[in-house]
Design a protein around this ligand. Structure first.
Ligand SMILES: [Zn+2]
Length: 290
């Protein structure tokens, strides 16, 4: 697929990427002779027969316009997607922040529990010390046995509490390591998110600048097309919501994919009028593969 010989200037650099090869356009040898028709004819007259070169020239200019419009809609879609993409990126950071807060709470809970157990052990030890002093002051055997029993059960409690404190201290230490890892994750993610948001912002700026360039190029291209044809093109585009001009592909309209009558295909091939698809209203152009 080569470029159209008479494609001319393309200030926004859009056309070259997907400019269709118009059937027979190379044979035209450059510029088209439509300007005179464009200036004077009404839409009705233009719908009628016109020289093949004029039809091709007009089609070529409309296709160039469409290529600008296609790129512009793509840019606008990309631009309108940016806030949602930014939001998804920020949500990732919020997830990491949440994970960090959970890890922090788990560690704090465990550290507090250890402190509380240590306090309990301390007071149990103080009680035990008091009881050890009391054992020399009790008067009866019965009271003595009861005290010994109490002390024994207190020692058991202290052992249990110390075991628990040890266990929870180990767990608190694990939680602390986990917290440090979560912190590193969070910091890394924060850097990634900041970088990605910056990239998106830069992309937004670049897209907006490109849109401006293409809008200017589009205005220039539109200035070279007769107002009625321009209006017709815009009307079809608004109506179908995407491409106003499509090729005939294997006997079908590339816009709505309906099989076209042989007469329509014949008219498109002859190129002495602008032919529209009877099903969707799009303008049709011929390609080498039609
Ligand atoms: Zn169609």
């Amino acid at each position: 697929m080569g470029r159209v010989a008479s494609a001319g200037a393309d200030p926004a650099g859009v056309i070259g990427r997907s400019w269709p090869t118009l059937r027979g356009v190379r044979a035209m040898g450059g510029g088209s002779g439509l300007t005179e028709i464009g200036r004077t004819a009404t839409l009705e007259q233009m719908s009628d027969q016109m020289p093949a070169a004029a039809t091709r020239g007009l089609m070529e200019r409309l296709l160039r316009l469409q290529e600008y419009d296609r790129r512009l809609s793509q840019i606008r879609r990309d631009l309108s997607d940016l806030p949602a993409r930014q939001e998804r990126i920020r949500a990732r950071l919020r997830d990491r922040e949440e994970a960090f807060r959970r890890a922090e709470a788990a560690w704090k809970d465990e550290a507090l529990a250890v402190k509380k157990i240590e306090g309990d052990v301390e007071s149990a030890r103080a009680t035990l010390l008091r009881q050890q002093q009391q054992q020399f002051e009790v008067k009866t055997n019965e009271a003595y046995r009861a005290l010994l029993h109490e002390m024994e059960s207190l020692r058991a409690t202290i052992r249990r509490l110390e075991d628990e404190a040890l266990e929870r201290m180990e767990r608190a230490e694990q939680f602390q390591h986990a917290l440090a890892a979560t912190r590193r994750d969070l910091d890394e993610e924060a850097r990634r998110v900041a970088r990605e948001c910056e990239e998106l912002e830069a992309r937004g700026t670049a897209l907006a600048a490109e849109a401006e360039r293409i809008e200017r190029a589009r205005a220039e291209a539109a200035a070279g097309i007769e107002a009625d044809w321009l209006a017709r093109y815009d009307r079809i585009r608004r109506h179908v919501g995407d491409l106003a001009i499509v090729p005939v592909e294997h006997g079908t309209c590339a816009g709505c994919h309906m099989r076209l009558p042989p007469q329509t295909i014949h008219d498109v091939r002859r190129s002495d009028q602008i032919v529209t698809c009877a099903f969707c209203g799009r303008m049709l152009y011929s390609t080498l593969e039609m």
